[in-house]
Design a protein around this ligand. Structure first.
Ligand SMILES: Nc1ncnc2c1ncn2[C@@H]1O[C@H](COP(=O)(O)OP(=O)(O)OP(=O)(O)O)[C@@H](O)[C@H]1O
Ligand SMILES: [Mg+2]
Length: 150
């Protein structure tokens, strides 16, 4: 599906709609966030994490690579691989534990294994001062969720 996101609040609303369209138990799900620098990937991730019940700041994981959120609704891992040049660098990060949580991944092209097992790709493009989003289903359950978004 494709949708015009007229301003930042539309990006936030989309994140909330996607959260609500997904099952309550999101463990094991992965959403890829793609698009150019400054497209709004972190805006989307922040809204999603706040909507899941996190109160407080959502710092960029650009330097830490992973920011975990232990929420009543389950673990959320916000991942930003922008600084990763070689997927070998990811080998020591303890990815095993991520299987039990829900992952939001910016710049997933740096980690092909993670991307290969994802459920949805939220692809954001510039359109004038606004943005256009394309949401692609990468798994059966991911494709199903897209039909529920309004
Ligand atoms: N739909 C929208 N229309 C216009 N501006 C938007 C929209 N959504 C988000 N923005 C703005 O885009 C800017 C960049 O957002 P953000 O940091 O989320 O991008 P990013 O894709 O995570 O960037 P990076 O590639 O550096 O990680 C912010 O100023 C945000 O307010
Ligand atoms: Mg970002």
């Amino acid at each position: 599906m494709s949708k015009l996101l007229i301003d930042e609040s539309a990006t936030i609303t989309l994140a909330e709609n996607l959260y609500n369209a997904m099952p309550e138990d999101k463990a094991g799900w992965t959403i890829l966030l793609t698009g150019e620098l400054g497209a709004g990937k972190s805006t989307f991730a922040r809204a999603f994490i706040n909507f899941a019940g996190h109160i407080g700041p959502v710092p960029s994981p650009t330097y830490t690579l992973i920011e975990p959120y232990d929420l009543p609704s389950g673990m959320i891992y916000h991942i930003d691989l922008y600084r990763v040049i070689d997927s070998e660098e990811l080998r020591y990060l303890g990815w095993g534990e991520l299987d039990h949580g829900f992952c939001l991944v910016e710049w997933p092209d740096r980690a092909p294994d993670l991307a290969a097992n994802a459920d949805l790709n939220v692809e954001i493009h510039y359109e004038g001062d606004s943005r256009r989003v394309f949401i692609h289903g990468l798994s059966e359950r991911g494709s199903f969720v897209i039909q529920e978004i309004n």
